[in-house]
Design a protein around this ligand. Structure first.
Ligand code: ATP
Length: 320
């Protein structure tokens, strides 16, 4: 049976990564497996920035955002030569298997390492909810809460000034943060890659909200990478009765204490990852589907099409 495993966080950080590190460490230690923390993702693996973790060293972190192990991007990890160095660092310490907490890029690294004889299990750590094989990623719920809190505040001030707030949220081409927050905040308009963005049509809808529906304010939630929201806000001021203001929430969405849901999700997923490694399984990633924790081959996970969010968009349309 596996005696020593490593754990790392890679790619963009997400609230709940610490809860996952804690779960992996404690479940493994309680099963008689030694655990090593690998600092700064694959970079630390290549450089040998690796330290043993104890139950105490992962104490008092379940409520902390960010990642105590640090995260980094190392594009060179795609090169076999660089990965060979990483494998040598692991072998020197007797580390046989790894839990990789990150996004789909990190999963690719995990798959490549598994193919070199180091069993890896991926955990979905990203606020964007852009990993298609899982209903939810670790960090999504916390980011959603952050957005909802911010938009609720914007609505207060927008209604005092007959404003249209255009709020750009993260998502990395996945519209989930936008559609979920739009429903939760009672936004007037949601724009995602699924809805598409017809500027003139959105302006027309805003004019209608102002002139016909006599709204005192309007909230437009828009996914990142769709349009320049500052330019669009100027057009709202020019072509509608609202004064347009853009707010890019940016990296505040990445921070904060993880919600109970993210903490529990991270703990359940961390447990499953260790159980798989104990069975000698690698090359898989952990998902939650219909509230069940399951594992999926990384290769399959990376090629899975995204579920349509049509039902959520239909619901939104019925709520306005
Ligand atoms: P996020 O969703 O936050 O961007 P991510 O895990 O997708 O997270 P990436 O920067 O795409 O972030 O990947 C993280 C790291 O995984 C890369 O810096 C690189 O070290 C490694 N990686 C990515 N793609 C590959 C690949 N094809 N082969 C080996 N390693 C890879």
């Amino acid at each position: 049976m596996v005696k020593r495993i490593g754990v790392l966080t890679s790619g963009g950080d997400a609230p709940g990564m610490n809860a996952a590190i804690r779960a992996v460490t404690r479940v493994a230690l309680n099963s008689g497996i030694e655990v090593f923390g690998i600092y700064n993702g694959y970079k630390g693996m290549v450089e040998g920035d690796i330290e043993p973790l104890t139950k105490a060293s992962v104490g008092e972190i379940i409520d902390r955002g960010g990642t105590i192990l640090g995260s980094a991007r190392l594009p060179e990890f795609k090169d076999l030569e660089v990965r060979t160095k990483a494998v040598a660092q692991l072998q020197k310490r007797g580390i046989e298997a790894i839990v990789v907490i990150g996004g789909d890029g990190s999963y690719r690294g995990a798959l490549a390492l598994t193919e070199m004889g180091i069993n890896c299990i991926g955990l979905p750590g990203t606020i964007d909810n852009d990993i298609t094989c899982t209903d939810f990623t670790i960090g999504f719920d916390t980011a959603l809460n952050t957005i909802v809190e911010a938009v609720d505040k914007l609505r207060d001030t927008s209604s005092s000034h007959h404003r249209c707030s255009i709020v750009e949220v993260m998502g990395n081409r996945c519209g989930d943060l936008a559609i979920y927050s739009g429903i939760a905040c009672g936004a007037e308009i949601i724009v995602t890659s699924q809805t598409g963005f017809e500027e003139s049509e959105v302006l027309e809808r805003l004019r209608d909200l102002d002139l016909i529906k006599k709204k005192r304010q309007a909230i437009v939630i828009i996914s990142e990478k769709i349009t320049d929201v500052h330019q669009f806000a100027k057009k709202v001021s020019l072509h509608t009765g609202f004064s347009g203001r853009a707010t890019v929430l940016g990296h505040v969405q990445r921070g904060g204490s993880p919600t109970p849901n993210d903490r529990v999700l991270a703990s359940r997923m961390g447990e499953k990852a260790v159980d798989l490694l104990m069975q000698g399984i690698g090359g898989q990633c952990i998902s939650i589907r219909n509230n069940e924790i399951i594992s999926v081959l990384i290769e399959e996970a990376l090629n899975m099409p995204r579920d349509s969010r049509k039902k959520l968009h239909n619901l939104f349309d019925r709520l306005v």
